[in-house]
Design a protein around this ligand. Sequence first.
Ligand code: PFF
Length: 454
Amino acid sequence: MSQLSQKEQWASKIGFILAAAGSAIGLGAIWKFPYVAGTSGGGAFFLVFLIFTLLLGYPLLIGEFVIGRHTQSDAISAYKKLAPHTLWHVTGWIGMIACFILLSFYSVVGGWIILYLFRAVSGELGGLSQVQYGELFGQLISDPFQTLLAQFIFILLTIIVVAKGIQQGIEKASKLMMPALFLLFLLLVFRSMTLDGAIEGLKFLFVPDFSKLTSEAVLYALGQAFFTLSLGVSVMVTYSSYLNKEQSLPKSAISIVVMNAFVVVLAGLAIFPAIFSFGMEPNAGPTLVFAVLPVVFNHIPFGSLFFIAFLILFLFAALTSAFSMIEIIVASVAKNDAKKRQSATWLIGILIFIVGIPSCLSFGVLADFQVFNRTIFDIADFTVSNVLMPLGALLISLFVSLKIAKDTLFDELRQGSTISKLFFDIWFFLIRYVAPIAILIVFLDVLGFLDFLK
Ligand code: PFF
């Protein structure tokens, strides 16, 4: 029997969309967005984030899909196929390195969810006040043994699913859990918005105060837009390489963008009204949702049961994102070889765990180890979210518009869909000019090169 199995494909249209949406929807929307919005100015941050999502995120998502489906290749080979004998495949390497570092700290937060889940199941989380939840959570994440074990379990779950392959593993799991997550969020939002004083939270989220919008906040909004859509790291190139020609790329992309934005808004609506209603501060940082959400559940009948259900789905949302991070690396290493896939997934997963240990300890024994006022966890996050992802996105937008012939792009976009020439022209304009220029401006602004304009 030949070693090389046939290239796997998604079993269904909806399977691909859910898996890609599963990659997008995760800690970025539920954990990161609320705390970054909370420290970066609320409404104005949210508005800029939405603009970036639509004007840069959507076109880039289509761009990654085009590269992946056209080449049917992993992240490195795809660039090599389209631009042989050039250095463009470095874009794929940036994606792989970014995903490696990303999973190394993402799994830390995934582990926190597991720890919380154990506590919730054993009944230890019911009926505390928000201050007590804050304290309990602080203690929990500073315990090196428990957090490392939980991080390891999170990575182990990721390895087990991804080693199985895309149809059996990733696709089946996503189909079940994503819709359940939506439903539970609706319940949470309803409760949070009917708390006393909820309106202040809505104002914080929806009424922009541009005086709070610093250059850094704009960079964070850009990073957040790419982060939540899993862009710039060729994950979407890899996922769409398993796609047949019958699927409409623009339609798949818009459903992913809309679902993702929907979860971001739901998370905001679940959290900010509650924060203001309980008299808490929105700028608590990475621990924010873990201190706020249990209190909201305390205000719901059978809250502890719902909280357990929520944590399971939250964990799942994080896992479906983690699958995609490891998948891009595995796909590049194993290249459709089913046997290699198994061993590569295990090896890469374990390496990621080892590299992630210092990030995990950043909330405990290594908390005081800081460079430029940032812990190792913060540095890893900043490097991926605000440097590598925007840089990757810049390269991908240039690659698509400069290195792939316009006719080829148009043909690929029309496979499985009926887009007009006007749609194509607008998309091309956005990806060729608007995306790279906007990313460059945000970078230059943060580095201080545009200060003379102020
Ligand atoms: N989009 C994921 C989230 O919002 O949690 C994070 C992510 C997954 C980023 C996969 C990048 C990636 F390649």
